[in-house]
Design a binder for this molecule. Structure first.
Ligand SMILES: Nc1ncnc2c1ncn2[C@@H]1O[C@H](COP(=O)(O)OP(=O)(O)OP(=O)(O)O)[C@@H](O)[C@H]1O
Ligand SMILES: [Mg+2]
Length: 364
């Protein structure tokens, strides 16, 4: 293969990274390619390996196999202080008995920045996070949000090639968290620093990230832009983990012209895709795809279901419905045209193109 036909090398390239603790496999062949300046969120349930992957990138944990490339250099065997990576952990790991400025300066001292150069860099980092007036304060005299900024300043002070953030907002209350999310995003975008951000809050991932990687049991299930992840989840796990959804069980009767036909307890449903006839599948639906009534135009699926509950969200209304035993549907409708009452049986319809189909029982 000529060099020209090779894809451009990623700024951060993780290839086939494995990690086990004894018999427990924590990371299983993880590949991740991050472009320069990109903001990636890693999302996944507790224990799926997010922190372990971050620690491997930072050099705090050695992988059993695989490589980590940063800015064209194989850093897999380099100690943390030689990787030029800024890290902010969930608990910030600040020294409570030191001042704000001393905490930020500490990271520079560890990296052997000359003493005379430290003070201006500390001041600059504190200015970035708007904490310059607090330089002489002790950490123990700061609020959670202020501590978060100091931890960020410490990670930014040595102009890192990469920023790793492990649930840096987890300790903040909801309101503060929402304002800090936006600030953090703007600051990082302005500085153009390549960032990998771990969270288990999907809303936070959707708000902040250029692309989201969804992890499940030590594997990266999908890496995609938020919109694509939501609209085209590659697995039932991703469908379920990101956003609200519902499922209908069925069996494939055939595939024609890019549409797979699935027989369900509620009639035939069509979806884009291709499956073997006879395959057990699950139809996945996003609540906002559903409409009340039988669609008049072609290419629509429909189903009847009984309204079980209605939740008003201002202009929108979320309706829960029972389709069959154990099959609960969710429809997000315009409140204005959702008159059906609880107990009423209604017809719901949605475009075949907005229908997802997955192999049954492959939730992972
Ligand atoms: N040093 C260790 N020794 C043994 N097991 C470990 C060690 N570190 C992590 N694990 C295990 O590896 C798995 C993944 O841990 P990790 O901290 O990466 O998860 P996580 O996705 O960050 O979870 P959370 O969202 O709860 O922070 C867990 O089952 C954890 O118990
Ligand atoms: Mg973690």
């Amino acid at each position: 293969m000529s060099a020209a036909s090779q894809p451009a090398a990623a700024y951060l390239g993780i290839t086939q990274v494995d990690k086990a603790y004894g018999a427990a496999v924590v990371l299983d062949g993880v590949d991740l390619a991050v472009d320069k300046g990109e903001f990636i969120a890693l999302l996944g349930p507790s224990g799926c390996g997010k922190t372990t992957l971050l620690r491997i990138i930072a050099g705090l944990v050695q992988p059993d196999g695989g490589t980590v490339i940063l800015a064209g250099k194989d850093v897999t065997r380099l100690p943390p202080h030689r990787r030029n990576i800024g890290v902010v952990f969930q608990n910030y790991a600040l020294f409570p008995h030191l001042t704000v400025a001393e905490n930020v300066g500490f990271g520079l001292a560890v990296r052997r920045v000359a003493r005379a150069d430290r003070a201006p860099r500390v001041a600059e980092a504190l200015r970035l996070v708007q904490m310059e007036d607090y330089a002489a304060r002790r950490i123990s005299a700061l609020s959670g949000g202020q501590q978060q900024r100091v931890a960020l300043a410490r990670a930014l002070a040595f102009a890192p090639s990469l920023l790793l953030l492990d649930e840096p907002l987890a300790a903040l209350d909801r309101k503060l968290r929402e304002s800090v999310q936006v600030e953090l995003r703007q600051l990082i975008r302005r500085l153009g620093i390549t960032t990998v951000f771990v969270t288990h809050d999907q809303e936070e991932a959707l708000i902040l990230a250029d692309r989201i990687g969804v992890m499940n049991q030590g594997r990266l299930e999908q890496l995609a832009a938020p919109r694509e992840l939501y609209a085209k989840p590659r697995s039932r796990f991703v469908l379920d983990f990101v956003g609200r959804s519902c499922l209908i069980a069925g069996r494939v009767v055939g595939t024609a012209e890019g549409l797979v036909s699935v027989d369900t307890a509620h009639g035939r449903i069509q979806a884009p895709g291709s499956f073997m006839s006879g395959a057990a599948v699950e139809i996945g639906l996003r609540p906002e795809a559903l409409r009340l009534g039988r669609g008049s135009d072609g290419g629509m699926n429909s189903i009847t279901a009984t309204v079980t509950d209605r939740i008003f969200l201002g202009s929108r209304l979320v309706m829960t419905l029972a389709a069959g035993p154990g099959e609960r549907l969710l429809a997000e409708l315009d409140a204005a045209d959702a008159e059906a009452a609880s107990g009423e049986t209604v017809t719901l319809s949605w475009p075949a193109v907005d229908t997802l189909v997955f192999p049954a029982g492959a939730a992972g």
